[in-house]
Write a protein that binds this ligand. Structure first.
Ligand code: FES
Length: 110
């Protein structure tokens, strides 16, 4: 069965097989979800925000331990979250890009 995931802020939407991880779906969609551990729940770089998690697999014990209080704020590890029904996921801005964007914005204000 196919399900769809919409990534924000890009709006890219892809259809994937039910049970696919968000990380795998992100690769298919061309989303820049960061990873250094290739999906082994070790690097914590693949954090994404999923406000309505009804379409996702439940938070695993390992994922909860790794995310800490971020799990309570609807963050998930893309590599551990499997898609069971249509869902929307917000991909945080790359921290380095965010720093550069803020720097450029502050220079424009001067
Ligand atoms: S890809 Fe490293 S924790 Fe998810």
């Amino acid at each position: 069965m196919q399900v769809s995931i919409r990534f924000l802020p890009s709006g890219r939407t892809v259809k994937v097989k039910q049970g696919t991880t968000i990380l795998e779906a992100g690769k298919k969609a061309g989303e820049a979800i960061r990873t250094r551990c290739a999906g082994k729940a070790a690097c914590l770089m693949c954090k994404i925000l999923v406000r309505d998690q009804a379409g996702l697999s439940p938070v695993t014990r390992n994922e909860r331990v790794k995310l800490g209080e971020m799990a309570d704020r609807n963050y998930r590890l893309a590599c551990q979250s499997r898609i069971w029904a249509d869902v929307e996921a917000e991909v945080p801005e790359d921290p380095l890009k965010a720093v550069i964007r803020k720097k450029l914005a502050s220079e424009e204000d001067q």
